[in-house]
Write a new protein. Structure first.
Ligand SMILES: Nc1ncnc2c1ncn2[C@@H]1O[C@H](COP(=O)(O)OP(=O)(O)O)[C@@H](O)[C@H]1O
Ligand SMILES: [Mg+2]
Length: 266
């Protein structure tokens, strides 16, 4: 339903995106994964309509939207820095877009979303009184109440830590599946991309390195970049975690055996 054909983007003499061809089906969660500076945000902004493309086509539901302005595309984005309004409380931020288009979401739908995102107790707080995770969820809710045809998220989890990150990942998945919402997420974290999405688009040096399901990428990396930079990173992470758990096990074992010895002696 969303198709990019031979999309090219340059800034001055620098080619940022070379020849991007890509298809995203309705309801799919797709991650755009690549190193810093590889053109991920640029690609997201091209789809959003915030940035013009040099050549190529963007097609949505069979319609060429390459030159359709951003407001008319009906896609919506959660920016990397959330871009919340500091002078409004959380609730007013969430419902901001509905001031001019009140019929897009009913009061019940807004309440349901607030419930789903666990924001009920924070609605009257100022933005500077919210934690990183709460700000992220407010930004997410503000975008979702506008019922975008495609939801774009630029590094939505990078400012979050540990448990909150995992819980927001789950919420993004739940919402995308519940609303059958096509979701495109930019990330530089392989673990995040591979555990969150139906498909992962790996970009490097302005080109697509591989586009496939997490399973395909894990089992059939199509080139050395995917192998070295993506899989290797995951492998190191996995080994570190296994080592940690193994050590904990080892400590427990020795504790038990000392204990047992103590019993035997006793
Ligand atoms: N408006 C702009 N003008 C000039 N160069 C830009 C502009 N936006 C991005 N770039 C350059 O394009 C490259 C890709 O940027 P970006 O898409 O933000 O990368 P990523 O999101 O993958 O980190 C970078 O080298 C960046 O400096
Ligand atoms: Mg970026």
């Amino acid at each position: 339903m969303l198709k990019l054909e031979h999309v090219k983007k340059t800034y001055g003499d620098t080619t940022i995106l070379k020849d991007i061809n890509l298809e995203i089906k309705k309801g799919e969660i797709v991650s755009i994964l690549g190193p810093s500076g590889s053109g991920k945000t640029t690609l997201l902004n091209l789809i959003l309509g915030l940035t013009d493309i040099d050549s190529g086509k963007i097609i949505y539901d069979g319609e060429d939207i390459t030159h359709i302005p951003m407001e008319e595309r009906g896609f919506n984005i959660v920016f990397q820095d959330y871009a919340l309004f500091p002078h409004l409380n959380a609730y007013k931020n969430i419902t901001y877009g509905l001031r001019n288009k009140p019929n897009i979401s009913t009061k019940e739908e807004v309440e349901e979303l607030i419930e789903l995102l666990g924001l009920k107790d924070h609605l009257h707080k100022r933005i500077d009184q919210l934690s990183g995770g709460q700000k992220q969820r407010v930004a997410f809710a503000r975008t979702m109440v506008m019922k975008p045809k495609i939801l774009l998220l630029d590094e939505p989890l990078s400012a979050l830590d540990g448990v909150i990150k995992e819980s927001i990942k789950e919420r993004i998945k739940t919402i995308a599946k519940e609303y059958n919402l096509t979701t495109i997420i930019v990330t530089h974290d392989p673990e995040e991309a591979l555990t969150l999405s139906d498909k992962v688009l790996i970009v490097n040096g302005g080109s697509i390195s591989q586009y496939g399901t997490p399973h395909e990428i894990m089992n059939a990396p199509s080139n050395s970049f995917v192998q070295e930079f993506i899989l290797r990173q995951l492998e190191i992470k996995r080994n570190n975690i296994l080592t940690l758990f193994h050590k904990e096990g080892a400590i427990k074992e020795s504790y038990t055996s000392t204990n047992e010895k103590a019993w035997q002696v006793g």
